[in-house]
Design a protein. Structure first.
Length: 257
């Protein structure tokens, strides 16, 4: 059988790599060159790993000796990690399975085709690593500019016109949580009793965590988040951010001492 393989990343994709477009290009190519296409396997998964449902299905067909060739739109649809890509391509070639790339006009039945496959897979991995590096550099620049790098906006803040600002209602609740927890600490209550009492008070006052009742996890996350007094972390780095603060550093330290 001649099997088509289509893949889009579960994280992101471009219009020209959509599953429907890949299928069309594979079908058109096979029709043009008289290749009888038996089936097209589609999957939504990152190409950096070989443990994928679609790829596993293809391997099973290869093991059973049912595959003559694998047709892909581009080689990076097959695998983006160079090492695993070469291993998988060798696996296919060792089982007498040809690899055909539509856009790159590659057919591994030839020596030159196999050589080009290795070059293109290497370039594909370099491209991916370059993108990762650029994203990392962009995040580091934002951090150095004292701006939030990534992750969900802390409770008590909101995104407004692309800017992170204090949420009037939630910030009052954050302030209440810190002050009430400190008050309960001064009363000599154990951590478990403090938390239980604080959750009861939050419910009694009608305070909620983004539409739901506060959990112990929510409260602990707030009490240990230094972002509220102006400190921001990225990896092992710490700096002062430029956003409005909700509590004082003194209050934070008293709660977390």
């Amino acid at each position: 059988m001649n099997i088509g393989l289509c893949r889009i990343s579960s994280v992101s994709q471009k219009d020209n790599t959509s599953l429907s477009n890949q299928k069309k290009m594979i079908k058109d190519y096979c029709k043009m060159y008289g290749i009888e296409l038996s089936n097209i396997i589609s999957e939504c998964y990152s190409g950096t790993t070989s443990n994928r449902n679609g790829l596993n299905e293809l391997k099973e067909l290869v093991e059973n000796g049912n595959v003559k060739s694998v047709v892909v739109m581009k080689l990076d649809r097959l695998m983006r990690n160079f090492t695993e890509g070469v291993i998988f391509i060798k696996y296919l070639l060792d089982n007498d399975v040809k690899i055909i790339s539509v856009m790159e006009q590659i057919d591994t039945s030839s020596v030159s085709g196999r050589f080009l496959v290795n070059i293109l897979l290497s370039m594909s991995e370099m491209e991916r690593d370059t993108i990762v590096q650029r994203l990392s550099n962009g995040k580091e620049k934002r951090f150095n500019d004292k701006e939030r790098v990534c992750g969900r906006i802390p409770y008590g803040y909101k995104k407004e016109n692309g800017l992170t600002t204090v949420d009037a209602e939630e910030s009052k609740i954050v302030d209440y949580i810190f002050k009430k927890y400190l008050s309960l600490t001064k009363r000599g209550l154990t951590p478990i009793k403090r938390m239980r009492r604080l959750r009861t008070l939050l419910v009694r006052n009608g305070y909620s965590y983004r539409g739901k009742e506060f959990t112990t996890h929510n409260i602990n996350y707030i009490l240990r988040n230094s972002f509220y007094f102006g400190e921001m972390k990225y990896g092992d780095k710490v700096c002062k951010h430029n956003y409005e603060t909700i509590i004082s550093k003194r209050l934070f330290n008293l709660v977390n001492r």
